[in-house]
Design a protein around this ligand. Structure first.
Ligand code: FAD
Ligand code: NAI
Length: 496
């Protein structure tokens, strides 16, 4: 009895401490304190974007020595690795976003945040022109501001290879609105297929979900769709659930070219078990309203009817990036993206740094790379800030004639130390992807080797890795609650 009593007391203490810590952290997050005002003596640092690169930069940056301005058409950060889970309702959209102001309001000096699209960067005059492109625009029009430093992190847009019909008929999977659209369209297809007197051929078409691109985005989406079929469709639409077909079309000989051979085979065999058709060596040539035209492995052209088409064939540069390259033609010679040096300085421009998917580097366009670059750059700006502080201190000391040389020497030494910059080095933490039916694949660096693992254990690792990398306690709580909700009640099949 004594043991139980003590055990009970111990548990209560642990629970109360955990609740207290949770409340402290959440309340600190949602109740930001006062900030230093803008200082006209400090340089202006403009940040374009609110994605992985820009957000990790802002999170790490010490703003004391800069007047920071953030410009992005999205006033939030989106945790893209969990975006495929939103397309079928495993996660709710707001669980994986974090308002940018939640980050900037916690900075030492006030940060200006504008929900706007940068339209032009002039690297000669050192200005950025931007405009509010949302539905409600007010009367401000387009605005041009000067910068001393620019952090360019606008990411990429969807690659379509100029294939006709893609923008009109396919759904992308890059933004939160895309995931919402996919979810709505999927349920619309299913409800329409269940409509009275629907012809058999039309049911087959409507229930055929086609995914183009066998990279991680396409594979993860196909996996989520399969879960939805097994867990929910069979329960709520028993009469047509068996008619749902998922086809993944990939131009290369296999899916997931960036993963190890063993995991490619594991994914393809899991998909075969899950009745997901994988058409490799098959290239989509044309997209029509109700069918895609493909050239198959035998070089034959055929048409595949679909109800929902999800297009995930990778990235291409945004117009503003192409425009910027066009202004720096002698230095910017790579069509794939912006060229930067080892310190992430944009080649050919003064005071401009670029991170993430908009750059053309030796690294893959991933969140991991963009966030490490953002953190590196914030540390580099930290040194620039310290340097400015020390230079001010030195000038002041020198102006006071009676200061001993030892004191000046000390500041000069510190100045030399912070002036030494180290190059950016990427540290690969491994690649993870969810492939459906509670299985994931993980390619992890292990000493000098690679540890490849697929299955349920990898799925638990995938979940815990993403829970720990989510940006805030709020996001973690919401995602955990969504996972629990789906386990208890299943996914919500109502269409908004
Ligand atoms: P983004 O995160 O795309 O951010 C770009 C920002 O710029 C956005 O805020 C955008 O609104 C803003 N912007 C756009 N145009 C303008 C403009 N004109 N002016 C100002 N701002 C502008 N990577 C991984 O490492 N692991 C994963 O598991 C993973 N999963 C993914 C799943 C999906 C579905 C997708 C689509 C991608 C995934 N990625 C993953 C890749 C990862 O999301 C990208 O590599 C990463 O987002 C790149 O970061 P970024 O900051 O360069 O660009
Ligand atoms: P991707 O570039 O990795 O893959 C696109 C695929 O589409 C390619 O395999 C390509 O061969 C295929 N393709 C192109 N045109 C085609 C056509 N006409 N017909 C058929 N197939 C065609 O693109 P994805 O998946 O969008 O990923 C983009 C980036 O984001 C990558 O760097 C990826 O690593 C990263 N990412 C990482 C994830 C993870 O680690 N879990 C998840 C999602 C994205």
């Amino acid at each position: 009895r004594r043991f139980l009593r003590n055990f009970g007391r111990g548990t209560l203490v642990v629970l109360l401490t955990a609740t207290g810590a949770f409340l402290y952290v959440t309340q600190r997050d949602v109740n930001p304190g006062d900030q230093l005002p803008a200082d006209p003596e400090k340089p202006t640092l403009v940040v374009l974007g609110s994605g992985w690169g820009a957000t990790s930069f802002l999170k790490t940056l010490d703003t004391e020595e800069f007047n920071v301005v953030v410009i992005s058409p999205r006033n939030y950060f989106l945790f893209t690795p969990l975006l495929p889970s939103v397309t079928v309702g495993t996660l709710e959209p707001r669980s994986i976003i974090q308002p940018t102001r939640y980050i900037t309001r916690h900075k030492k000096r006030k940060v200006d945040v504008y929900e706007a699209e940068a339209q032009e960067v002039d690297p000669i005059k050192k200005t950025v022109t931007f405009q509010d492109m949302s539905d409600i625009r007010g009367a401000a029009g387009s605005v041009t501001i000067p910068y001393d430093y620019l952090v360019y992190a606008v990411g990429c847009e969807n690659q379509t290879f100029g294939i006709k019909g893609v923008p009109e008929y396919a759904c992308f999977l890059k933004e939160l609105s895309d995931a919402d659209k996919v979810r709505t369209k999927l349920l619309d297809c299913i409800e329409t297929a269940a409509f009275k007197n629907q012809p058999e051929s039309e049911i087959d078409r409507l229930m055929h979900m086609v995914v183009v691109g066998g990279g991680p985005t396409g594979v993860e989406y196909a996996g989520e769709l399969h879960d939805f079929l097994i867990d929910d469709l069979k329960k709520w639409y028993p009469e047509i659930a068996d008619r749902l077909r998922i086809t993944l079309i990939e131009a290369l000989p296999n899916v997931l070219p960036a993963f190890s051979k063993q995991l490619i085979q594991y994914t393809e065999s899991t998909f075969a078990e899950n009745k997901i058709d994988v058409l490799t060596r098959t290239m989509v040539k044309d997209v029509k309203e109700r069918s895609v035209v493909v050239q198959d492995a035998n070089k034959e052209i055929r048409e595949i009817p679909y109800g929902l088409l999800v297009w995930a064939t990778g990235n291409t540069s945004r117009n503003i990036t192409r425009d910027l390259m066009g202004k720096l033609t002698s230095a910017q010679t790579q069509r794939r993206g912006l060229l930067v040096d080892d310190y992430l300085r944009l080649l050919g421009a003064d005071g401009v740094y670029a991170v993430g998917d908009c750059t053309a580097t030796q690294y893959a366009p991933t969140a991991q790379v963009a966030s490490q670059q953002g953190i590196y750059l914030a540390q580099l700006f930290g040194k620039l800030g310290q340097k400015a502080k020390l230079e001010r201190q030195l000038a002041q000391l020198r102006s006071q004639g009676d200061v001993g040389s030892a004191e000046i020497e000390g500041v000069v030494k510190k100045l030399n130390r912070v002036s030494k910059l180290t190059e950016f080095h990427y540290s690969h933490q491994g690649s993870l992807a969810y492939i459906g039916s509670e299985k994931a694949i993980a390619d992890l660096p292990f000493f000098n080797n690679n540890l490849a693992s697929g299955g349920g254990a990898a799925m638990l690792f995938w979940r815990s890795a993403y829970i720990s990398t989510l940006y805030s306690v709020r996001n973690r709580t919401l995602v955990l609650a969504d996972w629990a909700k789906v386990k208890i009640f299943g996914r919500d099949v109502s269409r908004e």
